[in-house]
Write a protein that binds this ligand. Structure first.
Ligand code: NAD
Length: 318
């Protein structure tokens, strides 16, 4: 049965891919976004679709959504460290007040609610790989806390709505995801490395580059989010690709795949940057039959292809 789905942050990187996939399967989509870090351009190709509506609004305030709603996918939040450090209060507010309003909307409509949480709730983890049972290691007054603690609060609030009001909720903990429509200057490692490699600038690796991340291609993440949304499970469930690599390996792979001669340059490592990050995705496999399928080489090639076209456009080259 087609559903009527609200996607907050739908004009962002992940949200726009979700909107696309929902429309492709026949759903109706109401996309809510204030364009803080997203852009109408990300969903411009969907605007002619009669089952798609884009509402410019800030979900930290009251939002009126007319008609029935079956599912609320709450993705609104700055997500890259550069963005949330530029917008610390907005990030805390969208995680707290924004989540509260969207839980209220789901309750009013009798809809299922899914919170897009993050591997950042594990902070600089002392357990490796990270299972959903791990409570995390977060500095509550460190610079990253505006994001990490906002998401931890959002998880707590989502759980309270479930236990107090019987709301049908789910929490997905998304690990580093990459793909087309990331902003070349959003400060995250993959768009930064690709932009630098394609424009012949030094590829800037923070610290000695031995810190690790696990990178998941956006199509896999979207499949995982929708699998959880379509299930009866409440989570939290990790969604990510367990293939782990060091930042130095990632920079080298991107240099090779772009055919770039850019040198690698080491720069200062940000405060509280996690040393390791790898999801244990056993639960997603057991509950949802979900596994990441796109290997990093394939996903990076597709992403590089998109960045090549994007950086060739005059408005995006800055
Ligand atoms: P993004 O910055 O591209 O998208 C976030 C969107 O939310 C943007 O379009 C932005 O304009 C919108 N937004 C922010 N505040 C808002 C507000 N108050 N009202 C309405 N809209 C608002 O980031 P993304 O990478 O697409 O991340 C989407 C979600 O997934 C975030 O909640 C993020 O925490 C989560 N997540 C992403 C990743 C990842 O690797 N991309 C990893 C973990 C979690």
């Amino acid at each position: 049965m087609p559903k009527r789905v609200v996607v907050t942050g739908g004009a962002g990187f992940l949200g726009s891919h979700l909107c696309e996939r929902l429309l492709a399967r026949g759903d109706e989509v109401i996309c809510l976004d204030n364009f803080l870090t997203g852009s109408p351009e990300n969903v411009a190709h969907l605007m002619g679709e009669r089952r798609f509506r884009l509402l410019e609004c800030d979900v930290t305030g009251f939002v009126h959504v007319p008609g029935e709603v079956d599912l609320v996918l709450h993705l609104a939040s700055a997500a890259s460290p550069a963005d949330y450090l530029d917008h610390p209060i907005e990030t805390l507010r969208v995680g707290s007040e924004g989540t509260s309003h969207m839980l209220g909307l789901a309750r009013e409509k009798g809809a299922r609610f899914l919170l897009a949480s993050t591997s950042e709730v594990y902070g600089d983890p002392l357990e490796h790989p990270q299972r959903e049972t791990y409570w995390g290691n977060v500095n509550p007054v460190g610079p990253r806390s505006v994001y990490d603690e906002a998401k931890r609060f959002a998880e707590s609030l989502t759980t309270a709505y479930r236990t107090t009001h019987g709301l049908d909720t789910a929490i997905v903990r998304i690990f580093n995801t990459y793909g087309p429509r990331m902003r070349p200057n959003d400060g995250r490692a993959i768009p930064t490395f690709i932009r630098q490699a394609l424009t012949g600038q030094p590829i800037t690796v923070t610290g000695d580059g031995t810190q690790t991340r696990s990178i998941c291609y956006v199509d896999d993440t979207v499949t995982g989010i929708l699998a959880l949304a379509g299930s009866v499970h409440s989570g939290p469930v990790n969604i990510g690709n367990p293939v782990e690599m060091t930042m130095l390996e990632l920079a080298g792979t991107i240099r090779e795949l772009t055919g770039s001669a850019s040198p690698i340059q080491h720069i200062d490592r940000p405060a509280d940057d996690p040393a390791v990050r790898r999801p244990d995705t056993t639960l997603a496999g057991e509950l949802l039959g979900w596994h990441a399928r796109v290997d990093p080489g394939t996903g990076l090639r597709r992403t590089i292809g998109w960045f090549r076209r994007e950086l060739g456009r005059p408005s995006a080259a800055a």
